[in-house]
Design a protein around this ligand. Structure first.
Ligand code: E4P
Length: 224
């Protein structure tokens, strides 16, 4: 399973990249706003900065909602760097634009997906990635992980190449559950990724190994 980081923070992207397990980045207009990145020029430069940190797909979301404007904006984004994936919302115009980009060989990510039917449409249009938002479904008492399972079954039934990108991941158990089901990608906050490293028995075990090593070395010195 690929690990993407879901942030527009260059510091967090660098930190995740340094861990050696990062495969890509997803952003959205809210995440860009959180970093104070506004105005077309700054937004475009920020995407290039992200692409220069990570060697993997970087989702850049269009703001336009009309088909022609979505296509124009998506083409500008795709021209920034070969790793840019044009992120388009699950709307009629968004799906039509996905089909346009798919026909041109430009990578797309269909975002704001909350049902299996929507995921089916994204795959039929030729989306590179589909982004079911599992955390936001959990927030409204609907099992987000179950949606990943449903989409996996549907895509496998027909051999769709669209990659399931589990989004709105909130905690490490979401990542494990998505991996068990066979999601292709999980895009996660840094906190959920780093939480996977920790286990109390790992810390206790390492402490004991080092203490035993030190004791043996001291005994060797004392016996000389
Ligand atoms: C996906 O690409 C979105 O950016 C993201 O996962 C949304 O997550 P949230 O529900 O934590 O805002």
């Amino acid at each position: 399973m690929k690990f993407f980081i879901d942030t527009a923070s260059l510091a967090q992207i660098k930190e995740a990249q340094d861990l050696g397990i990062l495969d890509g980045v997803t952003t959205n207009p809210s995440l860009m706003a959180k970093e104070g990145i506004t105005g077309t020029d700054r937004v475009m430069k920020h995407y290039v900065d992200i692409c220069n940190i990570v060697d993997g797909d970087v989702s850049a979301e269009v703001i336009a909602t009309e088909y022609d404007a979505m296509v124009r904006e998506g083409e500008d984004l795709a021209a920034l760097h070969p790793n840019i994936t044009v992120k388009l919302p699950m709307t009629r115009n968004g799906v039509k634009a996905i089909k346009y980009f798919a026909d041109k060989g430009i990578k797309t990510n269909c975002t704001l997906v909350f049902s299996a039917g929507q995921a089916l449409l994204a795959a039929k249009a030729g989306a590179t990635y589909v982004s079911p938002f599992i955390g936001r479904l959990d927030d409204v008492s609907t099992d987000g992980v179950q949606l990943i399972e449903q989409i996996r079954t549907i895509y496998d039934n027909y051999g769709y190449n669209t990659q399931i990108l589990a989004a709105s991941v909130r905690h490490p158990m979401h990542i494990i559950q998505c991996a068990e089901i066979g999601a292709d990608v999980a895009t996660c906050p840094l906190s959920a990724i780093v939480a996977l490293f920790d286990h109390p028995l790992t810390a206790i075990g390492l402490e004991k190994f080092l203490a035993d090593h030190k004791k043996a070395a001291q005994q060797q010195v004392a016996s000389k």
